[in-house]
Design a protein around this ligand. Structure first.
Ligand code: ASP
Length: 412
């Protein structure tokens, strides 16, 4: 029985839980409230991960940049492109969420307002002061994400500056990040139960409106990713990289197929590297540096999704957001995407980071978890194509691109 359960891939169990939860909710009606605690258990478990996960993975992500002085023109250009595309992606998610309002139809009184944190009106000066951790330990104890991120980034930079002396710490943080990924996998095993209970609660009290809202979210996730790949990447390749866009996409078709089916940038990494070197004509040094780093920190699909999902949560739970909050969401979505591991469902956990900072209830995570896999597949394809696109662009800018190879991909 246990073996049978674990033999079914997690995402299939989650989708089954979603469907069964909706049915159970329809049967139980408002009584479904009685099993909501199972969903709360799941949410609490996710909250538990946030601080150590952000801390270890962000520090190890920054340290992965390697030696600051050796970064040179390739690393600098790649980082700039990663950050700019990440910001554009996050703002695109915010724009789609604002224009189309996927969660608006669901705005409900169901939510216990007492539990819903309301974002406080803060001035710019308060904001600047609040990102500096007065005490890193306090910041961790209170799970204040923004100062925690600042602290993690500083530690990462300090490690890079310390060169040889920083190496032992890199090992510790890398190992911590891997351990946290394993712990995350354990918590993810709770997802089917959490999703079942929360979907039953949502559908028992709200009915099919909830599913409609989720349908909109999935649609917007795909639309956003298609816009990123079709417009943002194409423009970058054409105008900055000055390479033929169609040939680029023909060359990465294998990576697209693998990323879509595995929903993991890490698992796709060997295929992306092979495509970049053999079909796109990117030199070995540029491709291995940019694509390996990109698989860890360049996740535009995830950044877009974090922005979109935060607005979705704000809409269903009636949290009012100011322009200041939008800026904060865009910033945190980009940082969350940097901190997210290249594994299935990583974006889902990173939601806790963004939501917590702007007062969107974490219940949203369990609500969208049922359809996350289907969105994750497209996010990952966007993330992986972005790594290859930046590698080609940087290689072209630095004279490390064999354009003949890129154009003749018939022998793929
Ligand atoms: N699964 C994604 C990736 O590996 C991360 C995410 O969940 O958004 O790129």
């Amino acid at each position: 029985m246990v073996a049978f359960w674990f033999n079914i891939p997690l995402w299939q169990r989650v989708i089954a839980a979603l469907i069964l939860g909706v049915i159970a909710g329809q049967i139980m009606g408002p009584d479904a409230q009685s099993i909501k605690w199972i969903g709360d258990f799941f949410i609490k478990s996710i909250k538990m991960l946030v601080v150590p996960l952000i801390f270890f993975s962000l520090v190890s992500g920054v340290a992965a940049i390697g030696d600051i002085s050796k970064l040179g023109k390739v690393g600098g250009r790649a980082m700039i492109l990663f950050i700019i595309t990440g910001q554009i992606a996050a703002w695109l998610g915010l724009m789609l969420g604002t224009l189309i309002k996927p969660g608006a139809g669901l705005r409900t009184d169901l939510i216990d307002k007492g539990e819903t944190p309301v974002p406080n009106e803060t001035t710019a000066v308060d904001m600047i002061l609040s990102i500096i951790p007065e005490s890193p330990v306090q910041v961790m104890a209170d799970a204040q994400v923004l100062p925690l991120i600042v602290f993690a980034l500083l530690i990462g930079i300090g490690i890079l500056m310390a060169k040889e002396d920083g190496k032992p710490l890199i090992k510790i943080f890398d190992s911590g990040a891997i351990v946290m990924q394993k712990v995350t996998m354990i918590v993810m095993e709770l997802t089917p139960f959490g999703v079942f209970a929360l979907m039953a609660w949502v559908s028992g009290t709200l009915g099919f409106e909830a599913l409609q809202a989720l349908g909109w979210l999935v649609f917007l996730n795909y639309l956003g990713c298609i816009l990123i790949i079709g417009i943002l990447y194409s423009a970058m390749l054409k105008f900055i990289g000055k390479v033929p866009v169609i040939d680029f996409f023909r060359g990465i078709i294998d990576a697209i197929a693998v990323s879509y089916s595995t929903a993991s940038s890490n698992a796709t990494l060997p295929v992306t590297l092979r495509c970049a070197q053999r079909n796109l004509g990117v030199s070995k040094s540029v491709s291995s540096f940019v694509i390996s780093l990109g698989a860890t920190i360049n996740m535009n699909g995830t950044a877009m999704y974090l922005g979109l999902a935060t607005l979705f949560g704000a809409q269903i739970f009636g949290v009012d957001l100011s322009w200041g909050h939008y800026g904060l969401i865009a910033l945190l979505s980009t940082l969350g995407a940097i901190g997210a591991a290249g594994i299935p469902g990583a974006g889902l956990i990173m939601m806790a980071l963004v939501f917590g900072a702007v007062g969107v209830p974490l219940e949203t995570i369990a609500f969208v978890a049922g359809v996350d896999r289907i969105m994750d597949m497209m996010r990952t394809t966007t993330n992986v194509s972005g790594d290859a696109a930046v590698a080609v662009t940087v290689a072209s800018m630095t004279g490390e691109l064999d354009k003949e190879e890129l154009i003749s991909t018939d022998d793929v």
